[in-house]
Design a protein around this ligand. Structure first.
Ligand code: CP3
Length: 359
């Protein structure tokens, strides 16, 4: 039985097997490690590509997206590679153009505000997103089974919030107003998103993604009651549909300590934890009923090696060698992060793995 494999059969595991096994809470030789936003702007190799191409060009040219994905994973020596793409890519095929404005993040030109706006959104052109699957095919061809390959998409709430607010938001006033006052329209919007995201995830799995991560980055803006009433049902449907493709699903959000039990009810395989809740406390809140990913504060990567190492070891000690921990940050690496500190974290995870808890 999968969960009962004797430890001596586990070494050596490939990174890919280590990562997928951990997602499924099967025993591993050491916790797998990868980083949210591991291919982003802090990485000089990305900056070099970015000098000659816009973000959208990189996303839409499979050769470039694959190169950026592969370079980061190899340089960091992580167990998994997340495909280089962006959360908002599906907007275009839904008839909602957007752009990335320097320093301001994404801007949607005509935000969705009315029932008519929602009715106009298209759900029949997800095939146009196939460039992401093509990039995944290239990454898979490069790594074969050696590394875990992560595909991703946004969650219904977080994507709806970008559509409605027209960009990032502080108080989500337009989003919550629509949710509260026009629940049928809200539901229609989430249903349309689910139908595109299901197809998009299916393309990525067919291309060879081992795992799909669903980013609900801003779910932490919701009360538990609002999450349960307005977001959980749709998210549960998406999670189930992606799992039905035959891959484990990671569900990620920030500032979600109080939402964790409700988020678990989506039936997800892995939940992302941020650093505001100690990993052991967060996992206990979940009754250990799913795997967890996290949860180093990304800004710790600016600390001296001694403190960084201590924080990494604390997280691993809290995980206690229990099957189902994937080491990661609590949110993405920020620009300006020293690459050598990210590489050091990978070494710290490895060296800890060689110590008592995993030997
Ligand atoms: O390893 C990686 O960096 C993977 C690639 C990746 C990007 N976006 C490329 C990108 C991933 C996983 C994303 C996901 C994403 N996009 C999220 C969820 C992740 C999270 O951190 O919670 C969100 C909310 C978005 C939307 C988005 N795209 C925002 C808010 C921004 C501005 C971010 C900022 O820090 O200024 C982007 C732009 C973006 N997407 C960049 C990159 C590398 C930086 C801009 C650039 O290179 O021009």
């Amino acid at each position: 039985k999968a969960g009962l494999d004797p430890m001596q059969d586990l070494s050596p595991l490939t990174s890919g097997a280590r990562f997928v096994r951990a997602c499924l809470r099967r025993p591993v030789d050491r916790p797998p490690v990868w980083f949210l936003r591991q291919a982003g702007r802090y990485m000089p190799e990305y900056q070099a590509v970015r000098q000659h191409h816009t973000l959208l060009e990189i996303c839409k040219q499979p050769k470039l997206a694959a190169e950026v994905t592969i370079t980061a994973a190899e340089k960091l020596d992580v167990d998994a590679a997340i495909i280089f793409a962006d959360l908002l890519l599906p907007f275009e095929c839904m008839g909602l153009p957007f752009e990335f404005q320097a320093g301001e993040g994404p801007v949607v030109h005509h935000p969705v505000r009315t029932v008519a706006d929602i009715q106009r959104l298209r759900t029949d052109r997800a095939a146009e997103l196939s460039y992401v699957a093509e990039a995944i095919e290239r990454v898979v061809a490069h790594f074969k089974d050696r590394l875990g390959i992560i595909g991703f998409c946004g969650a219904p709430f977080t994507l709806a919030s970008y559509m409605i607010e027209g960009g990032g938001s502080r108080n989500y006033i337009h989003t919550k107003t629509l949710m509260y006052r026009q629940p049928a329209a809200w539901r229609m919007l989430l249903d349309k998103l689910i139908s595109v995201l299901r197809e998009y995830a299916a393309q990525q799995v067919a291309a060879g993604a081992d795992v799909i991560q669903i980013f609900d980055s801003w779910a932490g803006a919701l009360s538990v009651a609002d999450y349960r009433d307005f977001v959980l049902p749709a998210t549960k449907i998406l999670v189930r549909e992606v799992q039905a493709l035959g891959v484990p699903v990671i569900y990620f959000g920030v500032d979600t300590a109080s939402l964790l039990p409700a988020m678990r009810e989506t039936g997800v395989d892995v939940l992302g934890l941020d650093w505001r809740i100690p990993l052991d406390e967060g996992w206990r809140t979940l009754d250990y009923a799913c795997a967890v990913q996290g949860n180093l504060d990304p800004i710790t990567l600016f600390a001296e090696p001694e403190l960084l190492r201590k924080r990494v070891h604390e997280i691993l000690t809290q995980a206690g060698g229990r099957p189902g921990h994937i080491f990661n940050l609590g949110h993405g690496i920020v620009p300006g992060t020293p690459v050598e500190n990210v590489q050091a974290v990978v070494r710290y995870v490895r060296e800890y793995g060689r110590q008592a808890a995993f030997s």
